[in-house]
Design a protein around this ligand. Structure first.
Ligand SMILES: Nc1nc2c(c(=O)[nH]1)N[C@H]1C(S)=C(S)[C@@H](COP(=O)(O)O)O[C@H]1N2
Ligand SMILES: [Mo]
Length: 496
């Protein structure tokens, strides 16, 4: 039998605590961007089962609102980094999760290689009545006996088993079930968790379960036998000197606290640098997913959501109003840049290019979803028509909405977005002219918007007026590859 507290348990236990806290705080930042939980992917306003916000918006609100208005600013004490920084929160989350999973894999390999699993994995159903007995003993303010020859009593063993072999894998699986690329490529996978909103709700309940476990776990260690158990998990030696255990244990916790304070401060103070630094670890991972998964969504008409949120206010001002009033008869889409045949197309010419329609689920980066039917011209066809030059790598979509006028808050400039050429070649990448069988409504991007079904919503530029093929997007806007990337520090790759 292996020893009770080998050094590798001490190390992985500490790393687990470290990364779990990062995951919890950055996860709360992500939640703050859409602090509502649903069980259904239609996300009807007002029908959430949990709302962590006082703001209320109805489907029939008289005053127009967009989903960004639903965001909450949470304190940096609970969220990483707090203060409405969804892009950076996601970066922290996806950076931490890679190291958390790595820690978990190393731990599991050692657990099975050393035989330690005997202490954690129940091999007989008697663990259940035995655990109930243990809990009864606790309720009589006594400490239940350990399983003979093992370090834990039955309820403890069962709890550790559930956390390591059920809760942790479930968090990873529900996390993956929120990626638009995964959902678009494997629609059946999302269904296991009752869709993206089911996965979101379960992922949140998983966080609550981790929190409850942590509190109980610390309490139990205190109740059991502080010096011995603490000595084991801090110094891998149950007979270690008590003062030493307290000093080193507190130093470990203090280190975690300091790291959290420093990275929170840094993230809020140097947002662009944080976006870039974390991007080094996160972006390659996102790019691989965006590159290898193509959409295979095919929802039914009856799946179409009765209510589809709007994100981004329509272009203000008389020019767009006049255009809309004329049924966009004066509209022209100019396509240029690094192409053999630059051109400018009217709405009628675009329609004549031929259509494709698809019923798909929209995934806003904030967390809401909705299903709609989109009809329009495959981007592939546009590419074939204009003939990109050898050097062209990205496509830029310029929009008509000046965000300085529609949202303000210190942000400025016309909305735009870029995508790598390969994304435009995906089968469900289209320039949509229709939504649910009718011309695009103004608020959803009339007369032309982008649809890319493996990506988050912010990549799908609405009110498109021009398309440019470029080698690099560094010289456009602030150089991050899109208006939200520039101004809200979102990642340019949006497959997760
Ligand atoms: N021009 C423009 N396009 C935009 C936006 C915007 O603000 N302006 N918001 C994006 C975001 S974040 C999302 S989620 C989707 C929302 O599309 P919808 O309003 O049709 O639901 O549009 C995207 N395209
Ligand atoms: Mo979004």
């Amino acid at each position: 039998m292996p020893e009770f507290f080998p050094w590798w348990v001490v190390v992985t236990h500490f790393l687990n605590l470290f990364f779990l806290l990062l995951l919890a705080r950055s996860g709360l930042e992500v939640l703050s961007a859409f602090p509502k939980l649903y069980w259904h992917d239609d996300c009807p306003p007002g029908r959430e089962w949990l709302r962590l916000s006082k703001k209320m918006y109805g489907a029939d609100a008289r005053k127009p609102w967009t989903s960004l208005d639903e965001e909450e600013a949470w304190s940096p004490v609970v969220a990483l980094p707090g203060k409405r920084n969804l892009g950076l929160g996601r970066h922290w989350h996806f950076m931490s999760v890679q190291f958390w999973i790595l820690t978990g894999v190393v731990y599991l390999v050692l657990v099975f290689a050393t035989g330690y699993w005997h202490y954690l994995v129940p091999t007989h159903w008697s663990i259940i009545p035995d655990s109930i007995n243990s809990i009864g003993t606790y309720l009589h303010f006594r400490i239940p006996a350990k399983i003979s020859g093992e370090p834990f009593e039955p309820a403890q063993k069962l709890a550790y088993f559930a956390v390591i072999f059920v809760l942790a894998p479930l968090q990873v699986l529900t996390g993956a079930a929120m990626s638009p690329s995964v959902l678009a490529r494997f629609p059946w996978y999302g269904k296991i968790f009752h869709g993206k909103q089911g996965a979101r709700s379960l992922h949140f309940l998983g966080l609550v379960a981790f929190g409850a476990f942590t509190i109980l776990h610390v309490f139990m260690v205190l109740v059991h036998n502080v010096p011995r158990e603490a000595a084991g998990i801090v110094l891998a030696d149950q007979n270690a000197n008590g003062a030493e255990v307290i000093i080193i244990g507190c130093a470990g916790l203090f280190l975690i606290l300091i790291v959290h304070i420093v990275i929170t401060w840094f993230s809020l103070r140097y947002r662009r640098r944080t976006q870039r630094l974390l991007g080094v670890v996160v972006n390659p991972f996102e790019r691989i997913i965006s590159k290898s998964f193509t959409s295979r969504e095919r929802f039914r008409r009856r799946n179409i959501s009765p209510y589809f949120r709007v994100n981004g206010y329509p272009p203000p001002g008389p020019d767009y109003e006049r255009l809309a009033a004329s049924g966009f008869s004066g509209y022209r889409l100019s396509i240029g840049g690094l192409v053999e045949h630059p051109m400018s197309l009217s709405l009628g010419e675009l329609r004549r290019l031929g259509g494709q329609s698809q019923i798909t689920k929209h995934n806003c980066i904030q967390g809401w979803t909705a299903v709609a039917e989109w009809g329009g011209v495959p981007l592939e066809r546009i590419i074939a028509l204009v003939g990109p030059q050898e050097r062209a790598r990205h496509i830029v979509f310029y929009a008509l909405d000046d965000k300085g006028l529609t949202e303000g808050e210190g942000r400025y400039g016309f909305f735009y977005g870029t995508i790598p050429l390969h994304l435009a070649r995906n089968p469900q990448s289209i320039l949509a002219l229709e939504m649910n069988g009718a011309p695009l409504p103004v608020e959803h991007g009339a007369p032309v918007r982008v649809r890319l079904e493996t990506q988050l919503g912010f990549k799908m530029v609405k009110w498109v007026c021009a398309i440019e093929f470029v080698e690099d997007y560094k010289d456009i806007g602030m150089g991050q590859g899109g208006w939200r990337e520039d101004q809200q520090f979102y990642a340019n790759a949006a497959g997760i």
